[in-house]
Design a protein around this ligand. Structure first.
Ligand SMILES: [Zn+2]
Ligand SMILES: [Zn+2]
Length: 163
């Protein structure tokens, strides 16, 4: 297949013919200008943009809010988890609900973008309060499977809510 309509000229070097175009913006680029990325050939402008500069990414301010909220969730979580264990039943269900709520909150302050930062923050923030109760037991030689399972359920719910 060789049609003359397939030949374009590099947008940076108008005299050079090329059949290659940028995977992001579609502008034709010559072999010297093209940049191989793991998502295809790109022009230098688009190759320079970090992955996070596109949809689903957070601004610095949103990242800061996310991390701060995560810290708040971890602190408040100690009280919440303590109450959950005092109730003594529906522990896993309550943990799932609490985790989901925390994940939703973190997802919102991050501008509802989700992504790895929101997910990591909410997962860690939700798991930490459980570890606060689990670690002393582990240090004492016990294996608090009940607490760890509840932590896992809460963390998964949080990840699900903030994805
Ligand atoms: Zn481009
Ligand atoms: Zn060029």
């Amino acid at each position: 297949m060789s049609t003359s309509s397939g030949v374009q000229h590099c947008y940076r070097h108008p005299k050079r013919e090329t059949r290659v175009s940028c995977a992001t913006c579609g502008r034709p680029i010559c072999t010297e200008c093209m940049v191989q990325t793991d998502v295809g050939i790109k022009c230098p402008d688009d190759a320079r943009l970090p992955r996070g500069a596109r949809a689903g990414s957070m601004k610095n301010e949103q990242i800061a809010k996310t991390v701060l909220t995560g810290a708040g969730v971890a602190l408040a979580g100690i009280a919440v988890v303590s109450i959950i264990f005092q109730i003594g039943f529906f522990t896993f269900i309550l943990s799932g609900i609490a985790g989901y709520g925390a994940g939703t909150l973190i997802h919102r302050v991050g501008g509802r973008n989700g992504g790895p930062i929101a997910m990591t923050t909410s997962g860690v923030a939700v798991a930490l309060p459980y570890l606060f109760f689990a670690v002393p037991q582990i240090l004492a030689g016990a294996f608090p499977i009940y607490i760890l399972l509840a932590a896992l359920i809460a963390a998964v719910a949080a990840l699900y809510a903030s994805r």
